[in-house]
Design a protein around this ligand. Structure first.
Ligand SMILES: [Zn+2]
Length: 327
């Protein structure tokens, strides 16, 4: 429906009558209003990695307290750092970017979004996937980086009460699987995070028989290799995709912030479970990506969340990949 923010009902009726009289040949601007579309472009971004076609899919936006960006620095310091970068200070706006790899033979998702019941603004993966020309049934395989809600709650379609990706098999690290499916997990989770446990059980247990548990480092299929990146969660893993001499490092949540993770990798996000290990992992991956000139896909960096990591003084900076018409 068209909205007329500062126009009374009478003027609306006059405008509507005039619009009907002038039919579709009149530009709406001539009537004193221009229809606003109130919708964003489809949530996908595509590029080639050698012969692999990569599509970044948006699962939406999540908001967390801004303090979660770095819990070990004084609040004033964090506030002035983010303010200088024009970042919001009322909340950390965190994108959810799911990587889809079409190898030419298989369609592989890395993580599978938040599903229908996580938070407002999330759960858009199916819509983005369909916008990009695929149906959930087309997905052959799903690699899970870790067991947090925004990465696994999309496994089960809560309306249909069955797996959303009907033909997919899964890979998850053994440590991560064991942690998130443990019977007593809920009692071990901190107050306020117990719903992580119930959600993990609801989504993981129904696909137990379809899930291969591995030690990070194992190959998933030709051109797709896992690597250990613990700290954010205890057995978190990342994925390295290779094709024809090009490489994409899909870091999951080992790198979460476009500025802080690269300029201050020692600043500790609240959600990192083992903060000391997470700092080591982050430094290692950032260094590796910059040195080997890898393309990096990061789940929570602003959409589409793909870019390079380049040196900047004694630290690093994020350089987003450029959108282009031709692949
Ligand atoms: Zn996450």
């Amino acid at each position: 429906m068209i909205k007329f923010p500062s126009t009374g009902r009478r003027r609306f009726l006059q405008a509507a009558g005039a619009a009907a009289a002038l039919s579709s040949i009149a530009p709406t601007a001539a009537l004193g209003f221009t229809e606003q579309k109130n919708a964003q472009a489809p949530g996908y971004f595509r590029f080639m990695l050698g012969k692999f076609e990569i599509t970044m899919l948006s699962d939406g936006l999540n908001q967390t307290p801004f303090r979660y960006s770095a819990s070990n620095v004084p609040e004033d310091e964090l506030r002035s750092y983010l303010k200088a970068l024009h970042q919001p200070l009322d909340a950390r706006v965190s994108h959810l970017n799911v990587t889809l790899i079409n190898t030419g033979e298989k369609l592989v998702l890395i993580d599978c979004g938040s599903g229908d019941n996580f938070r407002e603004g999330t759960g858009k993966l199916t819509e983005s996937l369909e916008g990009a020309g695929y149906a959930p049934e087309d997905v052959d395989h799903i690699v899970i980086t870790h067991g947090h809600p925004d990465h696994i709650w999309g496994i089960i379609d809560d309306f249909a009460e069955e797996p959303r990706f009907a033909n997919a098999s899964y890979t998850m690290s053994t440590g991560e699987w064991d942690y998130w499916t443990a019977k007593d997990l809920e009692t071990r989770m901190p107050e306020g995070f117990r719903f992580f446990a119930t959600g993990a059980h609801r989504n993981l247990l129904p696909v137990a028989e379809r899930t291969t548990r591995i030690k990070p480092g194992a190959e998933i299929m030709p051109g797709l290799q896992t690597l250990a990146s613990p700290g954010h969660t205890l057995d978190h893993m990342s994925v390295l995709a290779h094709s024809q001499g090009e490489s994409l490092l899909i870091v999951g949540d080992a790198i979460t912030h476009p500025y802080i993770s690269l300029e201050h990798p020692e600043w500790q996000p609240q959600m990192d479970m083992d903060k000391t290990v997470a700092v080591k992992t982050r430094k290692r991956l950032v260094d590796m990506a910059a040195t080997d000139r890898l393309i990096v896909a990061a789940y929570h960096i602003p959409f589409p969340g793909v870019g390079h990591i380049a040196p900047k003084g004694s630290s690093y900076q994020w350089v987003p990949l450029t959108w282009r018409w031709e692949l």
